[in-house]
Design a binder for this molecule. Sequence first.
Ligand SMILES: NC(=O)c1ccc[n+]([C@@H]2O[C@H](COP(=O)([O-])OP(=O)(O)OC[C@H]3O[C@@H](n4cnc5c(N)ncnc54)[C@H](OP(=O)(O)O)[C@@H]3O)[C@@H](O)[C@H]2O)c1
Length: 265
Amino acid sequence: MPSRLKDKWVLITGASSGFGAAASRAFGAEGAKVLLGARRLDRLEQVTLEARQAGAAEAHFHVLDVSQTASVETFVAWAKVQISRAPTADAGLHVLINNAGGAQGLDSVLAGKDEDWEVMMQSNVLGVLRMTRAAVPLMPHHLGATILNIGSLAGRVAYEGGAAYCAAKAGELQITRCLRLELNGTGIRVSSIDPGLARTEFATVRFKGDEARVNKLYEGTQPLVAEDIAEILVWVASRPPHVNIDEMLIKPVDQAAIHKVFRRQ
Ligand SMILES: NC(=O)c1ccc[n+]([C@@H]2O[C@H](COP(=O)([O-])OP(=O)(O)OC[C@H]3O[C@@H](n4cnc5c(N)ncnc54)[C@H](OP(=O)(O)O)[C@@H]3O)[C@@H](O)[C@H]2O)c1
């Protein structure tokens, strides 16, 4: 059976690394048409090439900073131009993946820095709102179009030093739930995909390049890899159009709970 995603337009934010880059390749392998955004253009160019090599019917990239409304609007206007070149009836945006985001620091609330909190709220919360507001008008109704928001285990369980990130991802989860109510009757599906410990550039960003701290986080344990999440995003987006996967929590088997991670000696 041909993939339900073949020739469908898929927009991925934060496509320059980690889950977003892996999703670009995975949707590409389904024969989808991918529109990729992030701030690092050199990385995006490389991922675009990889998506084409994986089998994408089309792959294009454009600079995107989800923390800036003007950048989001320019990006979506560009995406609309790309999509309008496709002559098929369901040529709208089929999948929107709100993936751009991450954590900054692991400070307690008392030691927290405004600049870290602001970055986390801007990308993980306001970025999702802005992108969704701009892109949903491009999505066709009653054809299985899907919004996939990347949440986190952190949005469901608190941990020391995680206050702003946990709050931001709890915000993402509630945005997803509100949106599902607001879009009821349109046939547009809305999901929150919430990973636990995964090895991407996430920890390098969180610890501001301190690789000793990054290595300690993953020491002796087997985290998820970006491809694990990309595979799930493809699966969720390719369910029959009447099926909505509301929320999915994915953890490595070594992570029984946020504070209980098995580590080999
Ligand atoms: N890895 C984990 O353990 C884990 C677990 C649960 C959830 N998550 C979530 O998964 C998502 C992807 O993270 P990842 O693990 O793949 O980390 P990553 O490798 O650091 O990727 C983060 C991506 O987000 C982009 N990004 C960040 N801020 C942006 C902005 N203002 N505008 C546009 N793009 C922006 C980055 O691109 P540029 O820097 O090029 O803009 C990059 O492509 C994030 O929402 C993260 O919070 C990660």
